[in-house]
Design a protein around this ligand. Sequence first.
Ligand code: SAM
Length: 276
Amino acid sequence: MTDTASPPAPSGEVYGDHVFSHLRPDEAERLEALAQALDENTFRRLGRLPLRADWHCLEIGAGLGTTARWLAARCSRGRVVATDIDTRLFPDPGSRNGWEAREHDVTRDEFPAGSFDLIHARWVFSHLRSRDADLTRVARWLKPGGWLVVEDLAQFPLGSSPNPLYRKVSLAMCAAVQARIGTDCTWARDLPRVLGAAGLTAVGTEASASSVGPTPMGRFWQLSAEQLRSDLQETFGITTTELERFLVEVRSGGLTDLCLGTVAAWGQAPPQLVAR
Ligand SMILES: C[S@@+](CC[C@H](N)C(=O)[O-])C[C@H]1O[C@@H](n2cnc3c(N)ncnc32)[C@H](O)[C@@H]1O
């Protein structure tokens, strides 16, 4: 049960049309804070794979490209392609240590079947309305024996927060992104089943969460709330006083609480991939 009213039906708006647009002046800082909060766990998870220098890797919805940079340093004789619907926040080609940038909408654009040894995406598919079907298509881009690693945002640490104001505004943020762009903040919990249904084997999962407060995740959550300000106030009944208190608390040393979690799941393409 949440502290907020049911959201209105999803509009036709998608990620980046308005909220989270890469043209917003604070979006690079928001994505930088997210990368700082999540990169360590991502690199630890990817580092457990039998990575080889000649692997071909795909990073979907790469944001600022921090994971593509990490992969390119390890797959120096292979190929790393980083995609995004908007590549404007990627670093200049000269500072990319060899990874390739591709403007590519994962809900529409294709790669040939059997292209990659590793495909990774972080905090992307939850934002897509066609997420299950997209993930099934993406699995076909794996070579036989290739790995798909998906990490996505998970709401469960927020609903169990003992802080009523933090819980109320944070859950309203999840409802606001669902109403606006169709994000499902609960979907990632089901990722192992989705990967299995896409025909992958050796499926595994784990979760992590980091704290708000004077941390990168606190900065990310504050900047996200500021982008959603009018929806929170006009549609989800958050008062100006509540929002201002939340924005201060979420960055202060006085609030030690978990933010959105990350559910990671991985699976391997069998010799002949057949989606169930
Ligand atoms: C929350 S950000 C995460 C960025 C990065 N993966 C990270 O974790 O640091 C979501 C990213 O997915 C991209 N994105 C959203 N919809 C997409 C789509 N349909 N195809 C490709 N990328 C998409 C956004 O532009 C944005 O860069």
